[in-house]
Design a protein around this ligand. Structure first.
Ligand SMILES: NC(=O)c1ccc[n+]([C@@H]2O[C@H](COP(=O)([O-])OP(=O)(O)OC[C@H]3O[C@@H](n4cnc5c(N)ncnc54)[C@H](O)[C@@H]3O)[C@@H](O)[C@H]2O)c1
Length: 287
């Protein structure tokens, strides 16, 4: 069947699956732009927290895109996808970073969604090509990777290898109406654009320290002095969690065996000592 773009998106709902850290922020973005938002989570506490978050964040977001005083989209929470997906023009998946959850979910979304609905994954590390094993209409699936709205309104778009060629320019245009800054990855790239470059900065910073050339404190200080960064790479890694940083680097290394081992060895020594960064009270810095 030939795919055609949704033509009546004004007032038509956007569905967000997963009401965690990112899902509730994505919901706030679309509500601030006036779209009704259906947010789905299997956990009641997450649903309640997400609706409360959208209520707090959406008015400020709307003001920041010049919609102050205009109607916000209504947010409704759902326990499962079945009643929340039909009718939506866009469905964004933001469930945990596990293919055993995402793959069957995309099969279900494909069966439930309207024919022209676009199905997007917010996954940070999986290309959308990897979530479509149970999808029949692969031409309407994409990566839509939000950075961290509202702090960063960047969103990266990437084809699953079969995505209809009209979808990326259509979203590039539509998403700007919600104050988002879309960037298109022109070919499949683990880490898209930004995370891939940031991974290289983290990796080289770790290698400089692993080789005894410098210290975390000095690397952070020189990066702030020369690049105008607010937070140096080591303080940023402590904030994310060194176990998470190690997982991300392992993922890149599995795809590219030429990456240096030093950064992972250094990270492992911290993780094995229970020094996970801010969340454990100690990482490269003590908190
Ligand atoms: N946290 C980040 O900084 C960040 C940034 C960009 C992208 N992402 C991506 O966003 C996705 C979500 O990450 P997060 O940090 O928001 O996770 P999270 O753990 O905060 O939230 C995930 C939510 O999904 C819910 N959930 C689990 N299975 C579900 C299902 N089958 N149906 C409905 N809800 C379900 C959970 O109850 C939870 O509330 C991941 O793919 C991650 O890679 C995260």
């Amino acid at each position: 069947m030939t795919y055609s773009l949704p033509t009546d998106i004004v007032g038509r709902p956007v569905t967000v699956i997963g009401a965690g850290t990112l899902g509730r922020r994505i919901a706030a973005v679309f509500a601030s732009g006036g779209s009704p938002v259906r947010i789905v989570d299997s956990v009641a506490q997450q649903r309640d927290a997400a609706v409360a978050y959208v209520g707090e964040a959406a008015p400020g977001l709307a003001a920041s895109i010049g919609r102050e005083g205009q109607a916000l989209g209504e947010v409704t929470a759902y326990e499962d996808a079945a009643s929340s997906v039909p009718g939506a023009w866009l469905v964004i998946e933001a469930v945990p970073e596990r293919l055993d959850i995402k793959t069957p979910l995309f099969g279900e979304l494909d069966r439930l969604a309207d024919a022209e609905a676009i199905l997007a994954t917010n996954s940070s590390s999986y290309a959308s090509r990897l979530v479509i094993d149970e999808v029949s209409h692969v031409e309407r699936v994409i990566n839509m990777h939000f950075a961290m709205p509202p702090a960063s309104m960047a969103v990266e778009l990437m084809s699953d290898g079969h995505t209809d060629e009209a979808i990326l320019p259509f979203l590039d245009d539509q998403l700007r109406g919600y104050g988002l800054l879309p960037f298109i990855a022109h070919r499949e790239s683990t880490g898209f654009i930004f995370n891939r470059i940031w991974a290289a900065i983290k990796r080289e910073s770790l290698d400089v320290v692993a080789q005894g050339v410098s210290t975390p404190e000095d690397v952070d200080a020189i990066m702030k002095a020369n690049m105008g960064m607010h937070t140096g790479p080591f303080a940023a890694m402590d904030q994310v969690g060194l176990d998470v940083v190690l997982d991300i680097e392992e993922h890149y290394a599995a795809e590219n065996p030429h990456l240096p081992e030093g950064p992972r060895t250094l990270l492992r020594s911290y993780v094995e000592a229970g020094k996970l960064g801010r969340k454990s009270g100690e990482g490269f810095y003590t908190y």
